[in-house]
Design a protein around this ligand. Sequence first.
Ligand SMILES: Cc1ncc(COP(=O)(O)O)c(C=O)c1O
Length: 363
Amino acid sequence: MAMQIPFLDLLRQQQEIDTEIKAAVTRVLDSGNFILGREVAAFESEWAAYCGVRACAGVANGTDALTLALIASGAVREGRADEVITTPLTAGYTALAIRNAGGVPVFADIDPRTYTIDPFAIEKAITPRTRAIVPVHLYGQLAAMDEINELAKHYGLIVIEDAAQAHGATLDGARTGSFGQAAAFSFYPTKNLGACGDGGAIVSQDEGLIERVKALRQGGHFASLQGESAGRNSRLDEMQAAILRVKLRHLERWTERRRLIAARYLAELRESELVLPAATAGHVYHLFVVQHHERERIRMQLQSRGVETLIHYPYLLHQQPLFRRPEQHALPVAERVAGKIFSLPLNPQLTDTEVSAVIAALL
Ligand SMILES: Cc1ncc(COP(=O)(O)O)c(C=O)c1O
């Protein structure tokens, strides 16, 4: 029987650092402190330092991180149906977060080479109601931040990075999280930095914005306990923060391993029929997404050889009932690639033998 290669086996990561994780969990249990204590505060400082920004607030998940960043930055105001431009090729949570904040997601087409939002398409989607842009650093690759920030400056828009898939991705030496007014991270277990449960964070150079998030994450109360604005209940807990602090110490090593595997795929699949991702500097390869015009045939071939693949994402958001609007234009590039993309296994715990087997199954 062919070797079975799962798309992602999180138990392998856990086993690699089991002793450290269990020590961190025990430390929290022994502290008797479970919500917004020392571990969360320490993780917030460490994550801000890692991203190269001034401040961080931990929250319950990446969706809330994006929602609270949109509210705290003033991008989306209550009851105003403010428009926020984003990409149709992302997790549904990106657009859901915009809706949860009270905004209207407007979708702009993508760049066929990088799969991230196309700045030219953003400009065409701007209306008098547009307040913000949410570029998604999709699959571990930064969106075109220089061009997006230039547009934002010209039109007076706020930029909130959806960095859920790009922990530590860089552009000219600067890390994800430092390019917009704020950035939202998810620590969902499958992410490059993942908790053992849900978690999220907002980072920003603007300490006032992070202070507002810290009020909003617990009911909207500022220190005086006077309700100032309707908040959420969205807190990162001590256990997850302690676990994230352990995993953060391994993140760079894991990212290097991801890059090594990606480099092998890029070199050794060059002669295959697949369209390979652009090999850009700073990419952290959360996912390795390829295209094939006969996607289902190739996925079946891989499956018969024991290789599990997934599709990120099977649906484009502008075509979903929840986000469909009569004003929405067709998005030809996204619509063209949507039927061809699929993701090969790529994670730090994949062995060299498994990588070779994935490659062999494609040649
Ligand atoms: C691009 C993107 N944005 C937002 C999210 C939402 O994060 P969470 O699942 O932690 O709410 C995810 C992950 O699911 C994501 O991949």
